[in-house]
Design a protein around this ligand. Structure first.
Ligand code: NAD
Length: 360
């Protein structure tokens, strides 16, 4: 069987890490017809938008995509294309498994956590009102009238919607994932003591879903600030973590830190029937074109993709090869060496070569 898979190379370090991942997938022996699709700031001139319809159409058609990181200009310019892809395709699950690999320098060993982040709601919904605009002033006046609370007139406003529907489907996914992957516990995380009508609703809806798994999967709740401290102090107490969008984004980076950094942290964006696989890290623009950064996060995202396709043995083969190369510590990029200036560090391409050689 040949799979049709959309490949979005991305920008910055994206093209280098996605080329490495593509070669590794091909080397597992499965047959893929890669359909290259463009996105990002560099294609605005060509298509008039950073997210061309043809790219979305390709993902909709193939149902599976491997995506390199895309740069989002800070403060000004267009909104995040990464967020737009998730919203357009209703990829409501952001799945980020973080497990320790032997040989990676980290303060922690034996980390095995799974972050399940809601991907479509919350402060990431993109409903924002710019400071000084007429509609912002109108909104401020309305809020003051309805809530009897003062907002400074020179404020910008971002809206945080969290729904019962959105929460139930992400928590449902977390529990189903826990059952399918022999996990013991789901921890729902928010700041319900302060934001009662959004984060409080998240817990209430999560509790409803949890009732359906009583006796099978344990359920507990934590406040996000406390959770950050707990994860640093005793990560072994946790298993599957389910969070609204913004907290999930932040906590995934924290979890990536526990296993040794962004260079090795993979991810998947899943909806009903469509899946886009991408590393947690961004486009690291300062390393563009240097054949320097670690391709592991992108390659492990491809492992998640193989698993999703039902290609379990190809997934295991690639995961094992990655683990072996990292454990040996020879053909690895600078970030996996004891000293970042280690002259024996290899490049992105060469680390992928070593992983491919391991699979032969
Ligand atoms: P980043 O993840 O790109 O880089 C932060 C630092 O992490 C880098 O400077 C580097 O030191 C390290 N790093 C990242 N990837 C690495 C790798 N593969 N190997 C070794 N080290 C690595 O985060 P940032 O600097 O906050 O963001 C840069 C751009 O990427 C921004 O425009 C941001 O919006 C975008 N971004 C995109 C995505 C995505 O495409 N899903 C995700 C996060 C950030």
């Amino acid at each position: 069987m040949t799979y049709n898979i959309t490949l979005i190379p991305g920008d910055g370090i994206g093209p280098e890490v996605s080329a490495a991942a593509r070669r590794c997938v091909d080397a597992t022996g499965i047959k893929v017809n890669w359909e290259i699709a463009e996105a990002g700031a560099d294609v605005i001139g060509k298509y008039g938008t950073p997210l061309p319809d043809s790219t979305l159409a390709s993902i909709r058609k193939n149902k599976v995509a491997l995506k390199g990181p895309l740069t989002t200009p800070i403060g000004t310019g267009f909104r995040s294309v990464n967020v737009a892809i998730r919203k357009e395709l209703d990829l409501y699950v952001c799945l980020r498994p973080t497990k320790s690999y032997k040989g990676v320098r980290s303060k922690y060993q034996d980390i095995n956590l799974v972050v399940v982040r809601e991907n479509t709601e919350d402060l990431y919904a993109g409903i924002e009102f710019e400071e000084g605009k007429a509609e912002t002033k109108e909104l401020i006046a309305q809020i003051e009238k309805l809530s009897k609370k003062k907002i400074r007139p020179d404020s910008g406003i971002s809206i945080k919607p969290i729904s019962i529907t959105g929460t139930k489907r992400i928590v449902q996914f977390a529990f189903d994932y826990a059952v399918k992957h022999n996990r013991k516990k789901v921890t729902a995380i928010s700041k319900a003591n302060i934001m009662k009508f959004t984060d409080g609703l998240f817990f209430a809806a999560a509790r409803e879903v949890a009732k359906g798994y009583e006796g099978k999967i344990e359920y507990e709740e934590r406040l996000i600030d406390n959770m950050c401290m707990q994860l640093v102090q005793k990560p072994e107490l946790y298993d599957v973590l389910c969070l609204p969008n913004l907290y999930g984004d932040i906590l995934s980076d924290l979890c990536a830190g526990l296993i040794g950094g962004l260079g090795i942290a993979p991810g998947a964006n899943l909806g009903d029937g469509i899946a886009v696989f991408e590393a947690i890290h961004g486009s690291a623009p300062k390393y563009t074109g240097q054949n320097k950064v670690n391709p592991t996060a992108m390659i492990l995202s491809a492992v998640l993709m193989l698993d999703h396709l039902g290609e379990k043995s190809a997934a295991q083969k690639l995961d094992k090869a990655v683990a072996k190369v990292i454990a040996e510590g020879k053909s690895v990029t600078y970030d996996l060496k004891p000293n970042r200036d280690d002259p024996t560090a290899v490049g992105t391409r060469e680390m992928a070569d070593a992983i491919i050689k391991e699979m032969k």
